[in-house]
Design a protein around this ligand. Structure first.
Ligand code: HPA
Length: 243
């Protein structure tokens, strides 16, 4: 069973939910209700990781509760969407990228279900599910069927502030193509919970220092609004292929 974990903006492009369930978990409350939304001919569970009103910033999201609640519901696959800054200079505003790797720069986030006494390592060499990534890549619009959109390393920062130009320089040297605040610990928790997980990223700004001057925060909202209109159709295709 498939669920989408989305950011705030995407909610606007989906049809009205047909039902909504709130589930508490041993880790506390998830970000909001899990909505059942008709997408194409299918009903898909959707959870906005920032809450229905977008009130929860990335560093305050209860990622454990979100993944736990989805697991309890019987979810076996998750497609996550996330807006990002582009570090790779070949990426433009409005581009879609299916990342294949992650570097986690966050701190202080609850990142495991594993308890103190039990040592329980798990493989995370390839953080995203291969089959779900293939489906996302196949569903990318024609203009994004090129290398820089089909792979990419996502650097996860703590937020809520954007980065300094020097930090982005360092991330570039580390091999990051994208920067965002949300995919970790979400992806790792999904792996622990044995939920297949892949992400679709929307570039909404060049990361700090990639272009001259400061990051235009207002422009990121405009780019997001414009770009998500096209995203509904793509996610319909993705859901169709996965169901
Ligand atoms: N940095 C971090 N997170 C982001 C950015 C960025 O430039 N753009 C969108 N989310």
């Amino acid at each position: 069973m498939l669920a989408l974990i989305t950011g705030t903006a995407l909610q606007a492009v989906f049809p009205k939910p047909t039902s909504s369930a709130f589930r508490n978990t041993p880790y506390g409350a998830p970000s909001g209700p899990i909505l059942k939304v008709p997408i194409g001919g299918n009903r898909v569970y959707c959870l906005n990781r920032h809450g229905l009103e977008g009130q929860t910033a990335a560093h305050l999201v209860n990622y454990r509760a979100n993944i736990w609640a989805l697991k309890e519901l019987g979810i076996t696959r998750v497609i996550a969407t996330a807006t990002v800054g582009g570090i790779n200079p070949s990426l433009d505003r409005g581009d879609l990228v299916v990342p294949d790797q992650v570097i986690d720069y966050t701190y202080g986030r609850e990142q495991t279900f594993v308890g103190m006494r039990k040592i329980n390592h798990f493989d995370f060499t390839f953080p995203f599910d291969t089959d779900l990534r293939d489906t996302l890549i196949r569903s990318l619009p024609a203009q994004f069927q090129s290398e820089q959109h089909m792979v990419g390393t996502y650097g996860v920062t703590q937020g809520p502030r954007f980065e300094t130009a020097a930090e982005i320089d360092r991330f570039r040297q580390d091999g990051c193509d994208l920067v965002g605040m949300t995919l970790m610990p979400e992806a790792a928790l999904a792996r622990e919970a044995e939920i297949r997980y892949a992400a679709l990223c929307l570039v909404v700004n060049p990361a700090a220092g990639v272009e001259e001057g400061e990051v235009d925060i207002e422009d990121t909202a405009t780019v997001t609004k414009r770009a998500i209109q096209g995203l509904g159709g793509m996610l319909e295709r993705v859901v169709e292929l996965i169901q």
